[in-house]
Design a protein around this ligand. Structure first.
Ligand code: FAD
Length: 325
């Protein structure tokens, strides 16, 4: 019996969401009174793997293979499910990230496990019932689901669980899963980044703007604010539809779903389709000249004002703050 957590890396580095899922998995392992084992796939430095002990993993299974250097979803799913079988894992935890969303159902099928995605809380375990709270309808509602199978797969939403450090250490164990030819029907031959900027789904701070900005020529003030904060930039759908900003910046129901620590929405009305992709952000700041804009209803902080006056002042104030700190 054990809890297994898949620790996703980006070019050899663990993301914040990785430490969140390890902390989540450790809390669950403690609830179940069992060990936490992590599985890492790809080229990750030994010191980074060892660091997972600080977040609660007692062992790290390190899968290194030329075939698995890039993300090949079917092969990764096979490697994870083989590790789960080897470790007799009862529960597998992953991040509900882009790759986690693809891996979780594939691994669940291989393990004949019940699956819950978009989990936002630790499971409630009482008598024989195992229930998990998750978001539903693009974050507009919550659902509580009960898992009945012996093995369970849980994909945890980014930013829904606090990273917790312990004082533990992890043993690192190499593992060579059997990868069948049928698992490698697709190989990634090249990855060309659209931009060097922080990837939107992973960003902890996001500065986003909408049609209130009037035109693409006004985005320099958005980029300046984002630069000062070290934030990624995002936009509403009509903005990317009009070609003012690239499509990979479009957030919302039909765009990217983000859950940063801070989401600053500038000149965005807060239509339900936009909120669907941003409402799980920790703190939402809204700048809009219309006090009736729907976005204010979900804002933690709101500034009623003209973005062309407010944003440059905010950027200057942040620059001044940074130069004194
Ligand atoms: P607007 O609604 O035009 O709002 C502009 C805002 O800027 C207003 O609130 C205005 O008060 C404010 N403003 C104007 N001037 C200033 C100023 N000088 N200073 C400060 N504030 C100012 N939208 C998304 O964003 N993402 C999605 O994924 C998405 N999916 C959709 C899916 C479907 C099926 C449909 C039907 C729609 C979808 N939409 C989506 C569109 C959505 O319904 C809204 O039309 C869109 O979000 C509005 O974008 P906006 O807030 O930038 O523009």
């Amino acid at each position: 019996m054990s809890v297994l957590v898949y620790v996703e890396n980006a070019e050899g580095n663990f993301k914040k969401s990785t430490y969140e899922v390890v902390s989540y998995a450790k809390a669950l392992a403690d609830l179940l009174n069992t060990d936490l084992i992590a599985i890492s796939i790809g080229e990750v430095a030994q010191d980074q793997l060892g660091k997972l002990g600080k977040y609660g993993a007692s062992k790290v299974i390190n899968v290194k293979s030329d075939i698995l250097k890039t993300f090949v979803i079917q092969a990764y799913a096979s490697a994870i499910s083989e590790a789960a079988k080897k470790e007799s894992a009862d529960v597998l935890i992953l991040a509900n990230s882009f790759s986690g969303k693809g891996l979780a159902p594939r691994v669940a099928v291989k393990l004949q496990a019940a699956l819950v995605d978009s989990a936002v809380e630790l499971p409630q375990i009482e008598n024989n019932s195992f229930t998990v709270k998750k978001t539903a309808f693009s974050g507009k509602a919550f659902a509580t689901v009960e898992l009945h199978s012996a093995i369970k797969v849980i994909a945890v939403n980014p930013n829904s669980f606090q990273v917790t450090e312990n004082s533990g250490t992890a043993n690192i164990e190499d593992f060579q899963p059997e990868i069948k030819d049928s698992d490698v029907r697709i190989t990634v031959t090249d990855v060309v980044r659209a931009t060097d900027k922080i990837a939107l789904p992973d960003a902890e701070l996001v500065v986003s703007a909408g049609r209130g900005l009037k035109g693409p020529e006004n985005w320099s003030m958005i980029e300046e604010l984002a630069d000062v904060l070290g934030a990624a930039t995002a936009c509403s759908k009509p903005v990317s539809d009009a070609g003012w900003r690239p499509h990979e910046e479009h957030v919302g129901q039909t765009g990217i779903a983000v859950s940063p620590n801070l989401y600053i929405a500038i000149g965005i009305s807060g239509a339900i389709q936009h909120l669907a992709g941003v409402s799980s952000s920790k703190t939402i700041v809204v700048i809009n000249k219309d006090p009736e804009a729907p976005f204010f209803k979900v804002a933690d902080y709101g500034i009623v004002g003209d973005a062309f006056e407010v944003v440059p002042k905010l950027t200057e104030a942040l620059k001044a703050y940074k130069s004194h700190s």
